[in-house]
Design a protein around this ligand. Sequence first.
Ligand SMILES: [Zn+2]
Length: 193
Amino acid sequence: MHLPIRLVAQTSAQPSILPLFEPRLSAAERYSNQNFYLAPCDVGLGVFARRLIRRAEIILRFEGPTISFAEAKARGPRECMTLQIGPDKYLDTLPPAVYVNHSCDPNTGIEDDRNLVALADIEPDEEIRFDYSTTMEEKSFTMRCCCGAPSCRKVVNDFSTLPRHLQQFYLERDVVMSFIRAQWPARTLHPRP
Ligand SMILES: [Zn+2]
């Protein structure tokens, strides 16, 4: 039996580890740009649109060293900053991407395993979030969710645990990690009549 590798009781990958990283104000200043800015939100820091971002625009790219499941687990409190990109492959996510919080009703998704892309037009000052379940298939980690969306699932869990209609929604938009997508038969995208 695997123990949960990341225990975070909020809708975020970063609140408990931020103080280890750098002061919040300097992070906000350092990683903001003409497209988005970092600012406090209900779960720590969040990423907000600085301008109108159009659907299909790429907002930022997830970058960082590649590590294994065991290495991610060995990160201790910082392991929640990792992004799963393979069955035993994680990205030790660097700022600013690490500040993108989870939503059960997100306005972005991750395309090509790295690029955060807008799923709809995003208004200035709207927080930018994606669904962490689109990157998770490890039978190890769950996270309580308090994202506030009417469709909030209350728990963030593996992609395979999502309702079928939601799996299909993300698969059709190409915002599911490719290692997870590879596990889904084509019939999921085109159900038989
Ligand atoms: Zn939620």
